[in-house]
Design a protein around this ligand. Structure first.
Ligand SMILES: Cc1cc2nc3c(=O)[nH]c(=O)nc-3n(C[C@H](O)[C@H](O)[C@H](O)COP(=O)(O)OP(=O)(O)OC[C@H]3O[C@@H](n4cnc5c(N)ncnc54)[C@H](O)[C@@H]3O)c2cc1C
Length: 232
């Protein structure tokens, strides 16, 4: 919807960053998407907070040898746009504040958020004395991570699906849940992930369902439920 508003083919958005001081809590890709949208909507300022320290520019060959995915400083297209449009007077040049932990919000007499108070943290996430600061904040977007499939629409409860400790749907080696005939794939079962994993899960679960229905399957099953990205 935000894309359609920015493209001009949808006039009204229920939520707009136009003219507002925007603070995004969360330094990941979802936060970057929020940042790009807020910049394009004409925010007065945009700041993205990341709890982690700014990563280095080079891969650490000891802890993250190729071909593992390295934690290095990356400038997404959204950050480049923010930098060009100079919408981040409160933050570093690319609109991000690293090692930043939110302490509290304050609002106006009508209950609207007006500012965010933060502090710099060390590697143990302990506050660094004397680093407290306040950012103007008319719109705060929480991009703090996937919290599991929505449990309020009743589907999980109605189907009696067991969950894993982190709130995702539990399944066995063949993608089957504890309810016969019900299979789970994608973020809802794997947890927060990427499109490539969702595609692989979709193909693999199709083969599992085919096997469940017909007793065998010749469909490709690129992954098993426990496959994970390569780590050291
Ligand atoms: C803001 C954001 C940015 C992202 N950016 C990237 C990126 O740049 N690159 C990348 O690779 N990944 C990205 N991801 C992750 C990627 O979107 C997911 O990993 C992927 O979409 C998971 O696919 P999925 O099919 O498991 O779930 P989804 O794509 O979430 O699809 C689930 C579908 O189920 C529907 N649904 C839910 N409940 C019910 C119900 N009861 N009945 C019927 N339908 C229902 C939902 O409406 C939805 O359409 C991003 C995620 C977010 C949130």
């Amino acid at each position: 919807m935000a894309n359609r508003v920015c493209e001009g083919d949808l006039k009204v958005s229920p939520l707009s960053a136009a003219g507002k001081h925007v603070v995004i809590v969360g330094g990941g890709d979802t936060g970057a998407d929020c940042l790009g949208t807020a910049v394009r909507e004409g925010a007065a300022s945009v700041t993205q907070l990341d709890i982690y320290a700014q990563p280095g520019a080079e891969r650490d060959e000891d802890s993250e040898p190729w071909p593992t995915y390295p934690k290095i400083y990356r400038l997404s297209a959204a950050h480049e746009e923010a930098r060009e449009l100079r919408t981040a007077p409160a933050a570093d040049a690319d609109a991000r504040l690293f090692a930043a932990s939110t302490l509290r919000f304050t609002g106006d007499e009508r209950g609207n958020v007006r500012s965010l108070h933060l502090v710099e943290v060390d590697e143990q996430r302990l506050a660094v004395p004397g680093t407290g600061r306040t950012l103007p904040a008319d719109l705060v977007l929480l991009a703090l991570g996937f919290s599991g499939p929505d449990q309020e629409d009743g589907m999980i409860e109605q189907l009696g699906l067991a969950l894993q400790p982190r709130g995702t749907i539990a399944r066995d080696d063949g993608f089957a849940t504890n309810t016969p005939g019900v299979f789970a794939a994608g973020d809802a079962a794997r947890g927060q992930s990427l499109i490539v994993w969702a595609i692989a899960e979709g193909r693999a679960v199709a083969a599992a369902v085919d096997r469940y229905l017909t007793g065998r399957s010749r469909l490709p099953a690129p992954i098993v439920p426990t496959d994970r990205p390569m780590v050291v």
